[in-house]
Design a protein around this ligand. Structure first.
Ligand SMILES: *[C@@H]1O[C@H](CO)[C@@H](O)[C@H](O)[C@H]1NC(C)=O
Length: 508
C-alpha cells in the first residue's frame, strides 16, 4: 500500500478507511493519526492500539527459572493472548519486565531507575516490577491483564524517541482503574525528565491520578480521586495548584484520563472508559511561575513522579502520547474506541473457594512444617503446631473468620477468632494482627486474594495491594514476600511451598 501524507501508519489506515470515511478495525492510534496527531508512544498490556499491530504488547519474566516471554495480541489489532501468560506462569510467579511501544519508535517502558527523590527498594536502587497478575480484566469477554502499580513500583524510558520536548504540543490519554489510587506522589503516565531528577517547574507534563501528594497539589470537587497534571513541582487540577471545582471526583472502575498541552494552553479531560463520552475539566492558559513556556524533556514514566517519587499506587491498562495537540473531536473518537473495547472487571481469585463468614485454619505445606498453622502471638502473626488436643486458647489463636475484603470486595480479609475486630494486615512487609481502624490504608493492607497454591496444594494468598507478594512463613513468622527481592524473606528457596496453605474448617 502507498503511504498517504499526514497518516502515521499509512498502510494501516488505507486498509481501515472505508468509503464512508469511517475507520473500521481501527485502534486509538489510527484515530489519532487520522486527526493529524500520530502516536509517538503507545503502551498497553491489554490490547493492540493500532488496527494492524500484531507485535509484542509486553514481556513477562517468571520466578521459577528467570525465563521471559513476549505476550502478543490474539490477532492484529486484538486483545492480549493472556493464556500464553497463564501457561508460562503456571505454578510460579511472573513480573512484567517490558511494556512495549507499539508506535514503532522503540519507546518501550522498563524497570524505573533510581531518581532524585527516591531509590527503589531493589538492591540496585531500581523500583519494583509489577506482578503480571495483579490487574486481571476482561475486554469484550476476553481475559487480559493490566499493570498494577504498588508503592515503590514504576516503569520508565529515559531515552525517548520523538516525544514532545520544550514547549512542543502533545496529547496523552490513559485508561486507569478509578478505584485504585492513593495520596502518595505520584501515579503518573506521560512526559518527564530524562535524568530522573527534578530541575524545576515545567520540566514534565504527565497525567496524574489520585488524591494528591499532600504538598503542592490541586484538588477538584468532592474528596477525589481526580485526574490532574503533574507539571513538576505541582499537581494541577486546573490553572493553579488549588481547587478547581469543575474537576470532579472520578472513580469509575475504568477511567479515561486525558492531559494535553501546547504553547500557552493546556487541558484536562476525562470520562468513564466503559461507557459514555468525555468531559472537559480544564481548558485554558498555562499556570504562572515557570510553566509558560514549558521545558518538557520527553522521557516517559508510568507509576512514578518525574524524579522517581514512587509512593503512589494505581492501575494502568493502556495509554499513548502523541505528536501535536489532538482535537477534542479526535479524542472523542478515541473514547468511543475505548468504550467499544469493552473493559469489564473479572475475578481476582482462583483455587479452592473461601466462604464469607466461615471459620478457617490455614496449615503450612512446607515439608518442615505440615503440622503448623497460621496463628498469632499478640500482634505478631506466626505459625505454631496446633492439633485437636491443643489448648482452647491456641485453637482460637489459629482460627480466622473469613470476611469480605475490606479494601476490595472481590478478595477477602481474615478476622481473628480470639480478638474480634482485629484483622491480619501487612505493615512493613510483616503480617500483623491489628484492630481495624477503618482507614483506607488499613482496609487495603488487610485484603488478600486467594489463588490456587503455587505448589499445587491449597491456596496461596496474594496481597491485594502488593500483588507480587504472598503470605509466607519464614523462620516461623508470617510476611508478605516476593519470589526474589530485597528482604531475607524474599528468598527464592522453598518459596512455592512457604506460600501455599491448606485452608480447612477452623479449630474454633
Ligand atoms: C525512532 O523513530 C523512528 C521513526 O518511527 C524510527 O524509524 C527509529 O527506528 C526509531 N529509533 C529507535 C532507536 O527505535
Amino acid at each position: 500500500m502507498l503511504p498517504r501524507p499526514g497518516f502515521d501508519k499509512a498502510g494501516i489506515l488505507a486498509a481501515a478507511l472505508v468509503a464512508t470515511g469511517r475507520l473500521v478495525n481501527a485502534g486509538p492510534c489510527d484515530i489519532y493519526a487520522c486527526g493529524g496527531t500520530p502516536c509517538v508512544a503507545a503502551h498497553s498490556t491489554t490490547r493492540a492500539l493500532y488496527g494492524a499491530y500484531a507485535g509484542p504488547l509486553y514481556q513477562v519474566s517468571r520466578g521459577s527459572d528467570g525465563t521471559k516471554v513476549d505476550i502478543l495480541p490474539l490477532k492484529a489489532g486484538g486483545v492480549a493472548h493472556s493464556s500464553v501468560q497463564d501457561s508460562f506462569c503456571a505454578g510460579t510467579t511472573c513480573l512484567i519486565t517490558i511494556i512495549y511501544d507499539q508506535s514503532g519508535r522503540g519507546n518501550h517502558l522498563t524497570q524505573a531507575p533510581p531518581g532524585g527523590a527516591a531509590r527503589g527498594p531493589e538492591a540496585d536502587g531500581y523500583d519494583y516490577l509489577s506482578s503480571a497478575i495483579g490487574a486481571p480484566v476482561k475486554l469484550n469477554g476476553q481475559k487480559a491483564y493490566g499493570v498494577f502499580i504498588s508503592p515503590y513500583s514504576g516503569y520508565r524510558n529515559n531515552k525517548p524517541n520523538g516525544t514532545a520536548v520544550g514547549d512542543e504540543p502533545e496529547g496523552m490519554y490513559a485508561v486507569f482503574d478509578g478505584t485504585h489510587y492513593n495520596t502518595g506522589c505520584c501515579f503518573d503516565y506521560g512526559n518527564a525528565e530524562t535524568n530522573s531528577q527534578d530541575p524545576g517547574n515545567g520540566h514534565m507534563e504527565a497525567i496524574y491520578f489520585g488524591t494528591g501528594d499532600g504538598s503542592v497539589r490541586g484538588t477538584g470537587s468532592g474528596s477525589g480521586p481526580w485526574i490532574m497534571a503533574d507539571l513538576e513541582n505541582g499537581l494541577f487540577s486546573g490553572y493553579s495548584p488549588t481547587n478547581n471545582p469543575a474537576n470532579p471526583t472520578i472513580n469509575y472502575r475504568f477511567v479515561t484520563a486525558i492531559v494535553k498541552g501546547k504553547p500557552h494552553q493546556w487541558a484536562i479531560r476525562g470520562g468513564n472508559a466503559a461507557s459514555g463520552t468525555l468531559s472537559t475539566f480544564y481548558d485554558g492558559i498555562r499556570p504562572a511561575n515557570g510553566y509558560d513556556p514549558m521545558i518538557k524533556e520527553g522521557a516517559i514514566i508510568l507509576g512514578t513522579g518525574g524524579d522517581n517519587s514512587n509512593w503512589a499506587q494505581g492501575t494502568f491498562y493502556e495509554g499513548v502520547m502523541t505528536k501535536g495537540y489532538p482535537s477534542d473531536k479526535t479524542e472523542n473518537k478515541v473514547q468511543a474506541n475505548i468504550v467499544d473495547a469493552g473493559y469489564a472487571a473479572t475475578s481476582l481469585t482462583s483455587g479452592p473457594e473461601l466462604t464469607v463468614g466461615s471459620s478457617v485454619s490455614l496449615r503450612a505445606t512446607t515439608a518442615c512444617c505440615t503440622t503448623r498453622y497460621v496463628t498469632h502471638d499478640g500482634n505478631t502473626v506466626n505459625t505454631q503446631v496446633v492439633s485437636s488436643s491443643s489448648s482452647d486458647a491456641l485453637k482460637r489463636a489459629a482460627s480466622w473468620t473469613v470476611r469480605t475484603g475490606l479494601g476490595n470486595s472481590a478478595c477477602f480479609s481474615f478476622e481473628s477468632n480470639d480478638t474480634p475486630g482485629s484483622f491480619i494486615r501487612h505493615a512493613g512487609y510483616h503480617l500483623k494482627l491489628d484492630p481495624n481502624d477503618n482507614t483506607k490504608i488499613f482496609h487495603e493492607d488487610a485484603t488478600f486474594c486467594p489463588m490456587g497454591g503455587l505448589n499445587s496444594q491449597g491456596n496461596s494468598l496474594r496481597s491485594w495491594s502488593y500483588p507480587a507478594r504472598y503470605w509466607r512463613h519464614f523462620n516461623g513468622i508470617l510476611y508478605i514476600a516476593s519470589n526474589g527481592g530485597p528482604f531475607a524473606w524474599d528468598n527464592t528457596v522453598s518459596f512455592n511451598d512457604d506460600v501455599s496453605y491448606v485452608i480447612s474448617a477452623g479449630f474454633a
